[in-house]
Design a binder for this molecule. Structure first.
Ligand code: NAD
Ligand code: ZN
Length: 341
């Protein structure tokens, strides 16, 4: 089969031919139809310090996918050949205290497909049946292929009650934009999204009804009177990984505000703790998706009017993956979806 592999410890990925994976008794084999390119894949392509430390070579990469089950393991119940599906790319252990308590997303033994284990940028993917998420007819393959990052957005956005709240989202990348759509869908009062890249803010405004602020040019506080905000934002969703964005969030949050942190800063970054203490701010770190509660809620919202399709700006054949990665790297795109059929 064709697969996009990290073949050498260095920059780039190569389309190679590798054997179709063999499945075990608890696995399924999925024919991959569509995949999304993620920021993580960009790090793996660039072979930065994190990737060099984390990713074994050779490895088939990719973790955002949708496809169809073509083979099921001998012990798998409840799934059938022909079932359309996406799936959780975090493979969890069953031994930790967290897993045994059902908090699968907190398992310290988590391994990722396309990062530690063979991934989804391929014609076929082996996945434990446990990780499979069946797709209803209302969710087509290209939306199915971005459920992993949408799940990050949903997990973060649902960390705190947003009903009637003024919400600040820092970072209008694909995940920030989708989080804005979720915040709107669940009934936030105002949703403001910031970025320093005008192309990203234009995309955000196209996809969802939000107030956009280019913080390289405008004062964030200037939106307060326009939105009839007296003190500041009630909830902050940090989706840029940028230190200045987090500082600005702490600064513009109201007393007793709440922050969910998804963005990953590149290194250690200083925090003004006294301000967080005196504002009595609650901070929650967010990792991955809640397995499988986030999936359940995300699918229910998609079936009931949540629309994030506009965040997909480019669709191309898998063989054009070099263009796909270049497009993602340009900063001018939303999600890029590759077609493997
Ligand atoms: P992205 O890089 O596409 O988007 C980040 C955006 O932040 C960019 O558009 C950038 O221009 C913007 N930005 C930079 N400086 C800013 C500033 N000062 N103020 C406001 N915005 C600023 O990333 P993405 O794919 O949308 O992911 C969002 C973040 O979430 C990334 O940091 C990513 O690493 C992280 N992430 C975390 C998890 C997790 O499990 N915690 C999972 C997926 C992604
Ligand atoms: Zn991803």
């Amino acid at each position: 089969m064709r697969a996009l592999q990290k073949t050498h410890a260095g920059e780039g990925l190569e389309m190679v031919r590798v054997p179709v994976p063999e499945i075990g008794p608890d696995d399924v084999l999925i024919r991959v139809n569509k995949t999304g390119i993620c920021g993580t894949d960009m790090h793996i392509w660039a072979w930065d310090e994190w990737a060099a430390r984390t990713v074994p070579v050779p490895l088939v990469t990719g973790h955002e996918f949708a496809g169809e089950i073509v083979e099921i393991g001998r012990d798998v119940e409840d799934l059938k050949v022909g079932q359309r599906c996406s799936g959780e790319g975090h493979l969890i252990g069953r031994h930790s205290r967290q897993s045994r308590a059902g908090k699968f997303h907190l398992d310290p033994e988590t391994r990722g497909i396309g990062v530690n284990e063979p991934g989804a940028f391929a014609e076929y993917l082996r996945l434990p049946a446990f990780n499979v998420v069946p797709l209803p007819d209302a969710i087509d393959d290209e939306i199915g292929a971005i459920l992993d990052p949408l799940g990050n957005a949903v997990h973060t956005a649902l960390s705190f009650d947003l009903v009637g709240e003024d919400v600040l989202i820092t970072g209008a990348g694909p995940i920030g934009i989708m989080a804005a759509a979720v915040a709107r869908h669940v009934g936030a009062r105002h949703v403001v999204i910031t970025d320093v890249n005008p192309a990203r803010l234009d995309l955000a405004a196209k996809v969802v009804d939000v107030v956009t602020v280019n913080v390289a040019e405008e004062e964030l506080r200037d939106v307060f009177p326009r939105l009839n905000m007296k003190q500041g934002f009630d909830v902050g969703l940090e989706m840029s990984g940028n230190q200045r964005a987090l500082d600005q969030m702490v600064e513009t949050l109201t007393m007793g505000g709440r922050i969910a942190l998804l963005g990953i800063p590149p290194g250690k970054s200083p925090v003004d703790w006294s301000r967080i203490v005196f504002k009595a701010i609650t901070i929650k770190g967010v990792y991955g998706r809640e397995i499988f509660e986030t999936w359940y809620k995300m699918i229910a919202m998609l079936e009931n009017g949540l629309d994030v399709r506009g965040v997909i700006t480019h669709r191309m054949r898998a063989d054009a993956y070099r263009d796909g990665f270049a497009t993602m790297g340009s900063g001018a795109s939303g999600k890029v979806v590759l077609d493997w059929t």
